[in-house]
Each structure stands twice: as C-alpha cells, then as structure tokens.
Design a protein around this ligand. Structure first.
Ligand SMILES: C[S@@+](CC[C@H](N)C(=O)[O-])C[C@H]1O[C@@H](n2cnc3c(N)ncnc32)[C@H](O)[C@@H]1O
Length: 199
C-alpha cells in the first residue's frame, strides 16, 4: 500500500537514512557469519523507497546488476536521484520480473504495508535463483500499531507477529539461516535461503 504523507515525509529524513545504515550493517553481519559473498551478484531491492538501501547495496557489493522498485512513483523518482540502478514502479506481489533472476533480494520494512505479504514472499521466491538469499527486515506489530496513531496507516492484514512471519517464510520454502533483533526487539531481521524445492 502507498504511504500516508506523514510516513512518506519520515522515510525521506536524515534520521531514516542513518537508521537504514544500522539495519543494513546488521544484515551484512549475518552474511559474513554464513560466508555468503554478494560481490558482483545480481541483486533486487524490493520496495526501495527513496533509495537509501539501494545506494548502500550498490556501494557494498558493486552488483553486476542492481534492480530496484517501489509502488510509489514519487519514491522511485527520489531513488533515481539518489543512486544508480535499474529502477521501476512495481508491486512486490506481482513484479513481472522473470523467474530465477536474482542471487539476492532485500526487503527493508515493506511487508507490513502489504495485505498480501504472503503472496509477496512467494513472488520474491519466484524471482530468486535456486539457492538465492532473501534478506528481510520488519518492525514489530506493536510498533506498526503505534505508527497508526501518528498519521501513518498500515493494513490490519499485515500486522503479523514474529511467529507468523517465521511461518510465512518457512511455508514459502525459505530456510531461515539467521534471525536477529534490533532496537530492543522493535525490529527483527532474517537471512534466508531459497530451498531447491521451493516455488
Ligand atoms: C517503510 S518504507 C521502506 C522504504 C525502504 N525500503 C527503506 O527501508 O528505506 C515502505 C516502502 O514500501 C513501499 N511499498 C508498500 N507496498 C508496496 C508494494 N506492494 N510493492 C512495492 N512497494 C511497496 C512503499 O511505497 C514504501 O516506499
């Protein structure tokens, strides 16, 4: 779903950019721990927002191909100014991207906006190569509810708890390699591998 003007404004602040660095760093630690090297790989940034994450991915991994998309054309426009990638306006539940394309997919704080978040996970599994990795970070449902009191809107269907998200990942055919907590447990991240038998 599109962001409210209040959340759109927040996503474009220096504070959000700083937080993004912290969130990204936590995922890099998971990758290193598992000896996964994404240098020169084909990478997707799903729901890229203003492109802070896309810029970090570009600098860290020098991907051979970096694709990024967002539902909001205004976000894609900002992201294009921020960094270089193959940007497009698209929906995480149905990207139109060819199957088995990516070595890695990053999803930073997008699933809690999407009523069809389970479909989104299936779509990301579809576009990953066999053995590709999915890196996800999401806020707790308590934090998401709190946001709704401050001029943000998150659909009730996407207010999943941690066990629900875990089940969603596993039932899509992802193996969870690592699961970490950030910000006193207000956020959690996951490093997953697509299993051969999944979609
Ligand atoms: C909280 S922001 C996070 C942006 C960026 N990933 C970051 O962490 O800086 C959520 C983003 O997801 C996008 N979004 C929401 N629903 C989406 C969907 N169904 N498909 C693609 N993008 C979506 C929003 O437009 C917004 O840019």
């Amino acid at each position: 779903m599109k962001l409210t003007p209040a959340e759109f404004a927040f996503m474009n602040t220096r504070n959000r950019q700083r937080a993004m660095g912290y969130e990204f760093g936590a995922l890099i630690k998971h990758l290193k721990k598992h000896g996964i090297d994404l240098n020169g790989k084909v990478i997707l940034d799903a729901g890229c927002g203003p492109g802070f994450s896309t810029g970090l991915i570009s600098l860290e991994f020098r991907p051979s191909r970096l694709v990024a998309f967002d539902l909001m054309p205004e976000m894609v426009e900002l992201a294009r100014k921020h960094t270089t990638a193959e940007f497009f306006v698209g929906n995480i539940t149905d990207t139109g991207l060819p199957p088995g394309t990516f070595d890695a997919v990053f999803i930073f704080d997008v699933l809690h906006h999407e009523p069809g978040w389970r479909t989104a996970l299936q779509e990301m599994a579809r576009v990953l190569k066999p053995d590709g990795v999915l890196l996800v970070e999401e806020p707790s449902k308590q934090l998401v509810r709190l946001g709704n009191l401050f001029d943000m809107y998150h659909p009730p269907e996407a207010m999943f708890g941690w066990s629900e998200l875990r089940r969603g990942l596993l039932s899509t055919g992802f193996k969870i390699l690592e699961n970490g907590r950030l910000g006193l447990g207000l956020f959690q991240n996951y490093l997953c591998r697509k299993e051969e038998a999944s979609l």
